[in-house]
Unconditional design. Structure first.
Length: 732
């Protein structure tokens, strides 16, 4: 009731909202009781009337119509309630209009019924508007269980989750809280925890500790919580945890992990069965490998069959021991089909506790990662040869060979760091693969590496025979010592809206170089767009090329990117963009190079600079300003001749040339309609002398200036045979 500071349900509840037991606060009870007393006094002061019984009310009809009264204390429980006077004073009757406004009603089970058919009594009628506190006289021996209040129809007792209580789930002496809901008595209090505790204590007395833990959680929790949903407590041993996982996986369910550390001496896994692990947060729930050489989670089987899905959410993957840096995977997934990670964190690894691969997924046909954060250890013990050979791979995904499956990888809002990793994220197709790897999408991801590339895609030996389609890296930010991404055999690749920083401070002395320091390197790529990115070199950076296109690339557009070089300090690099001479259909335009230090061309093929190229498949193109056409370019048929615009240095004017494949290409100007061609400044014509006149036949109807003409004659015009003065005389 709103007139109370706290409700009776809150004050006298046997458990906290979290499920833990609680005691009643005496001060809260005193405040609540005082407020009840005030309510009654206020009721009386406002003209309210109290009767000790229904008979006393019926004997007193001297009140006017619509007078309110309460009946409290009648031996017949149903007679207690709120009444209204009907009829004039001295006549009429009292009519019951509602229940007394109690927040809760105490019911007594004195054992009049049976353990499974409880009969309880209350001092006031029960209703759906009040909580009912009921003591349990006898432990139930079967299920379902019913309860009857004041001799009324039996109600089926249901747990908070809507299930029947398990056998012994209502032990003698327990006090439960519930409400009447139709034909059921729905419990508000938590039976599951009490049943689990009772079962665990009984099991511990009957078996050894490890077996007892497994039986208590699997047996009691399976009955009380109803598999396939099981809460996993942090006190379980590795073998008990595996037993629980098996129980859940057999039912296609999920394992819920608490806010705690789970110490694992061996990897947990569900084989070829679907499983979902749900934690309380990627900082609160930690799965910690405590044995050298052991993974945390393994899933699936080696054989090439596609099994049920593996999902993890809100979990921290960790290690507490020194472990070998090769051959160990934090999560090892084999042929799961669907592999999903959401809000996962890999963290707190020391220099000697790193896994070789944080994730190794072989044959996961649909991989999705949301908000995966990896703050790795330093891996400083790795040798340059190990890093160079890419044996240290952070996230490693491998598709099968010729299995007619589509492999799609999606990364959203992931932040993944790698110190001294050879490669951090690698996606591989097997040699001879003929079409299984279908696409990768990375959006709003962050990365940091200091040895090899942050991302590497490779389909060994495919080369020109197959180019997997659909790869997008949108708004991804990266920082590292050289390589951001290496692609081998790819098509429909888009890298857009990213911030890419090359920072020499992250490089490691003695690191290998065979992976290359090209920030973006593409080999055998088709239909590629790199646009609207910012590439920035920190002083003393050691990038070879910011973008390098190797053999086999076709239809590549690099546009509207900004390349920023350090304004001071030294940078060791070979240039901006290097394009192999074999690359076909390459376009670049709108790119800016700030603080360019000179040296090699910004965009070149190793021999000469590559001019910008704009291309459209249409017969014309419009350049717009504020949505309106400012320049229109037209071309029909097989274009052979074209315009050439040449900029000039200080002291010289720009040049417009006619160019093309023809030996002689005229430059034509044409006004629209009957309008003339006008020069807004004096028009200067070419100067010759009498002895250096050009061919009159070639320049028919052309005008020239003759600097040494006779009789002050200077202007001449060609009639196709001779140059003549304005009076018609031949120039001489």
């Amino acid at each position: 009731m709103s007139v109370f500071t706290k409700t009776a349900n809150d004050i006298f509840a046997p458990h906290e909202a979290s499920g833990s037991s609680r005691s009643v606060n005496n001060q809260d009870a005193q405040v609540w009781g005082t407020e009840v007393e005030r309510m009654f006094l206020s009721f009386q002061a406002g003209g309210g009337i109290l009767f000790a019984s229904k008979a006393a009310a019926d004997a007193t009809l001297t009140y006017p119509a619509n007078q309110q009264a309460w009946v409290m204390g009648d031996a017949i429980v149903a007679n207690n309630g709120v009444y209204r006077k009907v009829g004039a004073s001295g006549a009429g009757s009292w009519v019951r209009v509602g229940d007394l406004p109690y927040s809760f009603i105490t019911a007594a089970d004195a054992g009049a019924g049976t353990a499974n058919a409880i009969q309880a009594t209350t001092s006031i009628p029960v209703s759906a508007s009040a909580l009912i506190l009921l003591n349990i006289f006898e432990t139930n021996t079967s299920s379902p269980v019913t309860v009857s209040f004041n001799g009324s129809s039996a109600l089926t007792i249901k747990t908070n989750s809507g299930n029947d209580p398990v056998v012994a789930g209502l032990p003698s002496g327990m006090i439960v809280v519930g409400v009447v809901s139709g034909s059921t008595f729905r419990l508000v209090s938590d039976l599951a925890s009490a049943a689990i505790v009772a079962a665990a204590e009984a099991a511990q007395a009957a078996a050894e500790a490890a077996a007892a833990e497994a039986v208590s959680l699997v047996g009691a929790a399976a009955s009380a919580v109803q598999p396939p949903h099981i809460n996993l407590t942090p006190t379980q041993t590795g073998s008990a945890i595996q037993s629980i996982v098996n129980e859940v996986a057999d039912n296609g369910g999920r394992v819920q992990l608490k806010r705690a550390d789970y110490s694992l001496s061996a990897p947990i896994g569900s084989g070829a069965r679907a499983i979902r692990y749900e934690g309380a947060g990627n900082l609160q729930t930690r799965l910690i490998a405590n044995t050298a050489g052991a993974s945390v989670i393994e899933h699936g089987l080696v054989s090439q069959t596609y099994f049920a899905s593996l999902s993890l959410e809100n979990i921290n993957i960790n290690s507490s021991v020194n472990r070998p840096k090769r051959g160990i995977d934090a999560i090892f997934d084999r042929n799961s089909g669907i592999f999903e990670l959401r809000d996962i964190r890999f963290s707190s690894f020391s220099a000697d506790s790193c896994f070789e691969e944080y994730i190794r997924a072989t044959g996961a046909t649909n991989t999705k990662m949301w908000n995966v954060v990896c703050t790795t250890g330093s891996n400083s013990g790795n040798t340059p040869a190990e890093r160079d050979a890419a044996t240290q791979v952070g996230f490693h995904f491998l598709s099968h060979d010729n299995d007619d499956k589509s492999y799609v990888y999606e990364f959203n809002s992931c932040s993944i760091d790698a110190n001294n990793m050879g490669i951090f994220m690698e996606v591989l197709g097997n040699p001879g693969d003929s079409g299984s790897l279908e696409g990768i999408i990375a959006t709003n991801c962050l990365g940091r590496t200091n040895i090899g590339p942050w991302f590497k895609l490779a389909v060994p030996n495919s080369k020109a025979s197959w180019h997997p389609p659909f790869f997008k890296f949108i708004a991804c930010n990266w920082q590292g010592s050289g390589a951001f991404a290496h692609f081998d055999s790819v098509s429909n690749l888009e890298i857009a809206g990213g911030q890419i920083y090359v920072d020499a401070a992250l490089s490691v002395t003695g690191g290998g170089t065979t992976l290359g320091l090209n920030t973006i390197q593409i080999e055998y790529g088709k239909h590629i767009i790199i646009e609207n990115n910012v590439f920035e070199l920190i002083p003393d950076s050691k990038a070879a090329y910011l973008i390098r296109l190797l053999a086999g690339c076709d239809n590549v557009i690099i546009r509207n990117n900004t390349f920023v070089y350090p304004p001071s300090g030294s940078s060791t690099f070979d240039g901006g963009i290097l394009v192999d001479p074999s690359v076909t259909n390459f376009q670049h335009y709108g790119n800016q190079f700030k603080n360019w230090p000179g040296g090699k061309p910004k965009i070149w093929n190793g021999t000469s600079e590559i001019p910008a190229r704009f291309e459209t498949s249409a017969s014309g193109a419009n350049f717009l300003i504020n949505g309106l056409t400012a320049l229109n370019l037209q071309g029909g048929g097989a274009i052979a001749n074209f315009l050439q615009f040449v900029a000039a240095t200080t002291g010289f004017g720009p040049l417009i040339n006619a160019a093309g494949t023809d030996a002689n290409v005229p430059l034509n100007l044409q006004a629209k309609g009957a309008a003339p061609i006008s020069a807004l400044s004096p028009l200067r014509i070419p100067t010759f002398t009498v002895s250096t006149l050009p061919s009159a036949a070639i320049y028919a109807q052309c005008v020239i200036y003759v600097s040494n003409g006779t009789s002050s004659k200077r202007q001449a015009i060609s009639d196709g045979a001779s140059w003549r003065w304005p009076d018609g005389a031949v120039v001489s």
